[in-house]
Design a protein around this ligand. Structure first.
Ligand code: THU
Length: 145
């Protein structure tokens, strides 16, 4: 399998889409708006934002929303993900996918899939899915490849 390389153009398109999505976030409880963008295997970008709920555990993360948009659009292969949140400012930690979202990304991404972080003014670290979720459980364990 040939290794995927994220181009500068694709990275900029992910950044634009995630920042645009962040502005639509519904986060009145945490006041922590997040946007996410996923590049699929057809070169399309799908975005999502967090959608919180008065019943706190019912809130939805931006990554989950972006993946749902990707599946709805007909792709089940994610090639790269970029997350934009308030992190990375004033020495704060960069916004990173939560544990549950790392597992959700695992369903549709290769171990080498890049996961990038950013805020509204700067780009942050870049990791691979396997670095953020090592020794993980996935579709192949159930015979689904
Ligand atoms: N959140 C995301 O949507 N994605 C992340 O990568 C980190 C956290 C949301 C969940 C909640 O609405 C808010 O950020 C604070 O945890």
């Amino acid at each position: 399998m040939s290794r995927f390389t994220l181009t500068e153009t694709q990275q900029q398109a992910l950044l634009d889409a995630a920042r645009h999505a962040q502005r639509q976030a519904y986060a009145p409880y945490s006041r922590y708006p997040v946007g996410a963008a996923v590049l699929d295997d057809q070169g399309r970008i799908h975005a999502g934002c967090n959608v919180e709920n008065a019943a706190y555990p019912e809130g939805l993360c931006a990554e989950a929303a972006a993946l749902a948009a990707m599946v709805l659009a007909g792709s089940i292969r994610a090639m790269a993900v970029l997350v934009v949140g308030p992190g990375g400012k004033n020495n704060s930690a960069w916004t990173m996918p939560c544990g549950g979202c790392r597992q959700k990304l695992r369903e549709f991404g290769a171990p080498s899939m890049p996961i990038l972080s950013a805020n509204d003014t700067a780009q942050g670290p870049r990791h691979t899915l396997s670095a953020l979720l090592p020794e993980s459980f996935g579709p192949e364990h159930l015979g689904n490849t």
